[in-house]
Design a protein around this ligand. Structure first.
Ligand code: SF4
Ligand code: SF4
Length: 336
């Protein structure tokens, strides 16, 4: 039986995560929750509904979500209100759906299916490896001409190791280049399982200080550093390392110096390219749809963030790494 998992996006014709033209498969669920995450819909492993309140045409005119939801009085299997409880997960304000209470929601997605105006979006869907491969195969001609292939990203793809391995196995059989983009905050055994199937690894090294790492991502970096050492120690590994440079979080020279020491001392310099990714304010509407606060706002104020100044700072960091013999680029394109 083909492996199955939860996917939140399949993007065709991407050019940023690996060589050539690629199809990128984003899997749901992540062991980290970085303050600056631009894909907040990837954090939870389960499928969940998100609300785009401006698209709601009104409870009085429509109310389809309420009728469909099994957790409301109006919906199939309702009767909660009759039982003296106000347990609906759907939150309305001034006639519009504005939020979903996830503590009361069972993730059935009946609301998203019923909504005529796409005010409720299903974040994530269950898919089998065969279903994903049907989409991946469509672009085989582009991979062959450009040296591209598949990139499995997330979220954290190695939380769904079985699915990722099955995809890579099928890609290998069909001559499609495989790339895994991972945060490496996972048990080494999962990386090991993917080693023989992965042509290229893309991994993050967000910051060297374990306490800061814990404070800004929700987990320490000990396991990540250990996995990076092991990965770099494998002679077969081809690795792109990334630092998302985030204002007021890791954009200081001491962190960059320690990172360079680690790459040269503990990873034997076995990094094909180091890519510095400048902070971008992305995914705001997705945060809103999930009722999540965007916590970078205060940090940007504290850091007196100015894009032009910040870009210069990132370029200076790249110059520093290059001066230490680590091939470093700003951004994700390898040919600049
Ligand atoms: S996903 Fe949640 S809110 Fe939507 S219909 Fe199902 S239980 Fe109700
Ligand atoms: S089904 Fe969609 S448009 Fe209708 S009330 Fe619910 S959210 Fe609004």
């Amino acid at each position: 039986m083909t492996a199955e998992g939860t996917v939140f996006n399949i993007q065709h014709f991407t050019i940023h995560d690996g060589p050539g033209i690629r199809t990128e498969v984003f899997l749901k669920g992540c062991p980290l929750h970085c303050l600056w995450c631009s894909n907040p819909e990837s954090l939870k492993a389960e499928v969940q509904p998100g609300v785009y309140r401006k698209k709601c045409i009104g409870r009085k005119n429509c109310g389809a979500c309420e009728e469909a939801c099994p957790r409301t009085d109006a919906g199939a299997g309702g009767g909660l209100a009759k039982a003296g409880r106000t347990a609906s997960p759907l939150r309305f304000y001034r006639n519009r759906l504005v939020a979903i209470d996830y503590t009361l929601c069972n993730g059935c997605m009946a609301c998203a299916e019923a909504c005529p105006s796409e005010a409720v979006k299903a974040w994530g869907r269950r898919m089998t490896a065969d279903q994903i491969m049907q989409e991946v195969r469509r672009d085989k001609g582009y991979y062959d001409r450009s040296g591209g292939g598949i990139t499995v990203s997330g979220g954290e793809p190695l939380l769904q190791t079985e699915l990722t391995a099955e995809l890579f196995r099928q890609c290998r059989e069909e001559g499609i280049h495989t790339c895994c983009e991972t945060c490496l905050c996972i048990p080494w055994e999962r990386v090991e399982e993917l080693l023989p199937l992965t042509d290229l690894w893309i991994a993050d090294l967000k910051m060297m200080d374990p306490e800061k790492h814990r404070a800004f991502t929700g987990a320490g970096n000990e396991r990540i550093l250990e996995n990076l050492q092991k990965l770099a120690g494998n002679p077969e590994t081809e690795l792109i390392l990334r630092i998302p440079v985030i204002p007021g979080v890791n954009d200081n020279m001491e962190n960059m110096r320690q990172t360079a020491d680690f790459i040269l001392g503990e990873m034997q310099g076995n990094v094909r390219t180091l890519q510095l990714l400048s902070y971008m304010r992305l995914g705001m509407e997705k945060y809103e749809s999930l009722g999540l606060p965007y916590q970078m706002t205060d940090r940007l104020k504290e850091a007196h963030f100015r894009r032009d100044y910040f870009q210069r700072k990132v370029r200076n960091f790249a110059d520093y790494f290059n001066s230490r013999g680590i091939h470093t680029l700003v951004g994700t394109r390898e040919k600049q």
